[in-house]
Design a protein around this ligand. Structure first.
Ligand code: KG4
Ligand code: ZN
Length: 378
């Protein structure tokens, strides 16, 4: 099954084509194309993502990104008839879906390369969670393509995508259940119990800031810029993790919940109270505290539920210290549990993970019924 996937929930415009085989029992994937256009440089000067700038940029980038992905997968229909005209009823439907995306409508209808359907079986699109104005662009575009190409539409949960990212390595062993997933991104910090693909239950989550948000805020305090996660982790490499004893919030509580705002405040007070400090040491000690709590709670959840697999996903899963510590401590404490790490490039937002999650779910919805849902839960 070949799925074309679209992701516009935040500040990346992404289109991928993913081929899935083996069904839910033994899924395997081949990524035929995975194109991502990042808007980071546009949002940087605001210190975070500005929803309306994201929306406008998605409108501008979607068709070029789609064309690039189709070309990379060798799926662009080069032969088209110049007289090929859209039936009026199709044009009316597409115009309705793209009424608020006028430039996209014009570009789509005047791009003969896109009028013929490529050789795919379904279209997947992220419909939440995320920034509402950004999500709608992808959703409306996917609805229009679904009508234009007469292909089924699979609305897909962004967080289910972050879980599926770990499956995209071609030679991975299969995930055995129950599995525990740690999802750590800019907006979410969740521990998920997975009994089978599609059966997800959140058993732990943050009570205030998300892990990625804490990295971003601490980076701002240190004057490192946005997004902060990669900058902190780079600087931390040259720092000493043990010179500053930052708190490990919720570590000793028996539940699976997180809290990162106290840790962030502890960093703020440390910077306020020390006229001179070593930035790299602060970054390293903060990273160590955050990673310590994330790993401890994940292993605790895995132990409690006799997990056969542990999966991590989301932007913070690119963090090398988190990857190393989780692997090292899991091996020691739960030697029979397999740990699945997505390749670093697939931890941050992309559409390949959305295609994989859509394959695991395969629930289609008529285009007219798909809505963006900013607060969608797993
Ligand atoms: O999953 P993602 O791309 O977008 C959301 O869905 O939020 O995650 C972005 C988050 C940002 O907060 C960013 O600072 C963080 O992931 N991040 C990292 C690293 N790379 C990205 N955090 C820690 N270490 C990293 N290497
Ligand atoms: Zn994400």
């Amino acid at each position: 099954m070949k799925i074309l996937a679209i992701e516009t929930s935040c500040d990346e415009t992404a289109v991928a084509i993913v081929e899935g085989v083996g069904g839910k029992k033994a899924p395997r994937f081949r990524v035929l194309a995975n194109t991502v256009n990042s808007q980071i440089s546009l949002h940087k000067k605001w210190g975070g993502v500005v929803p309306n700038i994201a929306r406008r940029e998605h409108q501008k980038q979607l068709i070029p990104v789609l064309l690039e992905a189709l070309t990379a997968a060798g799926l662009l229909q080069k032969q088209f008839s110049a007289e090929h005209k859209l039936p009026k009823s199709t044009h009316v439907k597409i115009s309705n879906y793209l009424a608020r995306e006028e430039a996209l409508l014009e570009e789509l209808c005047s791009s003969p390369l896109l009028i013929n359907a490529p050789d795919i079986d379904a279209i997947a699109v992220t419909y939440g969670p995320g920034l509402e104005p950004a999500l709608w662009v992808g959703v409306n575009f996917a609805r229009a393509l679904s009508i234009l190409w007469d292909k089924p539409l699979i609305p897909t949960n962004h967080m289910a995508g972050h879980i599926a990212a770990a499956l995209l390595e071609e030679n991975n062993p299969h995930v055995h259940f129950p599995a525990i997933a740690l999802l750590v991104s800019g907006g979410h910090t969740e521990i998920v119990l997975i009994k089978k693909w599609g059966d997800y239950r959140i058993i732990g989550e943050t009570q205030d800031d998300a892990a990625g948000e804490a990295f971003d805020k601490v980076a701002r305090m240190l004057g490192l810029g946005y997004p902060g996660g990669p900058k902190i982790s780079k600087l931390a490499k040259s720092g000493n993790r043990t010179t500053i004893p930052f708190p490990r919030p919720m570590l000793t509580r028996p539940n699976l919940h997180f809290s990162f705002s106290g840790l962030k405040t502890a960093v703020l007070y440390y910077l306020r109270d020390h006229k001179r400090y070593n930035k790299a040491d602060v970054a390293a000690a903060f990273e160590d505290a955050a990673v310590d709590v994330l790993v401890a709670k994940t292993l605790h959840a895995a132990e409690q539920h006799n997990a056969k697999s542990i999966i991590i996903g989301g932007g913070v899963a690119a963090n090398a210290h988190l990857r190393n510590e989780l692997t090292r401590r899991a091996k020691k404490r739960l030697p029979k549990t397999a740990v699945f790490l997505p390749s670093p490039a697939l931890t941050t937002d992309n559409a390949a993970m959305i295609g994989a999650a859509a394959y695991l779910n395969q629930k289609t919805t008529p285009p007219g019924r798909v809505r963006a849902n900013a607060n969608l839960r797993l």
